[in-house]
Design a protein around this ligand. Structure first.
Ligand SMILES: [Zn+2]
Length: 126
């Protein structure tokens, strides 16, 4: 699956693009990462999908030593992080080694098996 270059939809890695998309409820302002046709906070259906910057801070980290399938075994061990995006949602991503809880990160994308997944790297120090 490849992204449609004429699409005005924000790039979304779960749909073959290289970006993180999220939705904001126009009625109550609730932010959600997982795509739903409604707002889980107020039940409204008027959602604005937007492109996230990919910037955030590490909330949690773990190292996966045993891959979930034979196809992915070549990647192990690999780091998986929960990251608090600056837009206000939390997402799961692969991550560079050596990050600490609270570290500021940017998000790139890299191959993992047959798909490309979010991959967090330390933000350059200003
Ligand atoms: Zn709402």
């Amino acid at each position: 699956m490849s992204p449609d270059p004429t699409s005005r939809e924000p790039a979304d890695w779960t749909r073959g693009g290289e970006g993180l998309a999220f939705a904001r409820c126009r009625a109550c302002g609730h932010i959600q990462y997982f795509r739903r046709p409604f707002c889980p906070s107020c039940g409204g259906g008027d959602l604005a999908v937007a492109q996230a910057s990919g910037r955030g801070r590490v909330y949690a980290l773990t190292t996966v030593a045993r891959a979930p399938s034979r196809e992915l075994a070549a990647h192990a061990p690999y780091v998986v992080a929960l990251v608090d995006a600056e837009e206000g949602f939390r997402f799961m991503a692969h991550a560079a080694e050596g990050l600490a809880i609270g570290a500021p990160v940017n998000t790139a994308f890299r191959a993992f098996g047959a798909v490309r997944v979010p991959y967090c790297l330390p933000q350059e120090r200003e």
